[in-house]
Design a protein around this ligand. Structure first.
Ligand SMILES: *Cc1c(COP(=O)(O)O)cnc(C)c1O
Ligand code: SF4
Length: 322
């Protein structure tokens, strides 16, 4: 773990630990080891307790599977061309008025379908102070940037001191009107939403938080209380979901998830079509099926529960609604 990241005990990171916890059949040890050698594995306690079997909707998302070793011809190591659109380390600038700032590439949990799976991991790094200064200078030199989106990796696993410093440096840039953080922490490790972290998030400019969750079971009472504390700071909470085969590709699963999000004060924002990252084909859902599910939900659940179904076009061409 790089410096500046909060310490988390009892997170399962090794294949042997997953087997001991009963989350992976012992006969899959060799295949899982081969997967783990290539893509990071981490299952924090809050998610491990939700997994009943490796192929239930929670287990499928986080337990390594032999199918990840097979890269389909259309899959790409950098499906949305982050690298090509990165003018300085840590910045991705595709849209004129928004820039991504990636202060670190570690996450509290590693999703088996992650679009940045070739980049993220516990050793994926954290921007040095000099690189951060370079990123601030880039934002300051581009007056068109109105919104800075902290993503990664997961910015909310940074220590409150470090995250608070980054947020305050970014909001001090006069033309930055909005800040946004993309995170899985309120779901994956809600205990990290401490009073110290909340104080770090309590900045003067508007801050939005987009929370990634894919199944209603991820919205636990602990997640709900973390979200309540965040909402009390005046931070609007948005939901991001990836449409995933056998996890949430039906009306009941998505309807339950979107309703659970609203109860946790999270407004469903985007339903993402899966990006073609290597070894993720087992999660693919046809766009036609995604459209059908959303069409069928319309009218059955609150309009506020319905996100925009979005495709991030390969090669950095940007997002379009499906
Ligand atoms: C997704 C993305 C954004 C944010 O897009 P919104 O539609 O505003 O949520 C910004 N920059 C890059 C490079 C992105 O991939
Ligand atoms: S939390 Fe996000 S960035 Fe991290 S592994 Fe999951 S999908 Fe990828």
């Amino acid at each position: 773990m790089p410096d500046g990241i909060s310490h988390k005990p009892r997170t399962l990171r090794r294949v042997e630990e997953l087997i001991e916890a009963g989350l992976l059949p012992a006969e899959q040890r060799d295949a899982a080891e081969a997967v783990a050698a290539r893509y990071a594995v981490s299952v924090p306690p809050a998610l491990a307790t939700l997994i009943e079997t490796p192929d239930d909707p929670i287990g499928l998302q986080f337990i390594p599977d032999a199918a990840e070793l097979i890269t389909a011809p259309h899959e790409s190591a950098d499906p949305i061309a982050d690298e090509a659109l990165s003018p300085v380390p840590g910045i991705v600038h595709r849209y004129p008025d928004r820039a991504l700032l990636k202060p670190l590439l570690a996450c509290p949990v590693y999703c088996r379908f992650c679009f940045r799976r070739e980049q993220v991991g516990p050793d994926g790094g954290i921007l040095s102070q000099a690189e951060l200064e370079g990123a601030y200078a880039y934002i300051a030199a581009h007056p068109g940037i109105r919104e800075v989106i902290l993503t990664g990796g997961d910015p909310l696993i940074l220590s409150p001191r470090r995250l608070g410093e980054i947020l305050r440096r970014v909001q001090a840039i006069p033309h930055v009107e909005l800040l946004r953080i993309h995170s899985r922490v309120p779901v994956a490790d809600p205990a990290l939403i401490t009073p110290e972290l909340l104080a770090a998030l309590d900045i003067d400019k508007p801050l939005y938080l987009a929370i990634h969750a894919n199944h209603a079971r991820e919205i636990t009472p602990a997640t709900e209380s973390a979200c309540r504390a965040l909402a009390r700071l005046g931070i609007p909470l948005l939901g991001q979901t990836v449409l995933l085969a056998n996890v949430n590709d039906n009306e009941a699963a998505l309807g339950d998830l979107f309703r659970a999000m609203l109860r946790a004060r999270i407004k469903p924002y985007y339903l993402h079509q899966l990006d073609p990252a290597p070894g993720t084909a087992r999660f693919h859902v046809e766009p036609e099926r995604g459209r059908e599910i959303l069409r069928n939900l319309r009218g059955k659940i609150s309009g506020t529960a319905l996100p925009t179904y979005i495709l991030d076009r390969p090669g950095g061409l940007g997002k379009i609604p499906l």
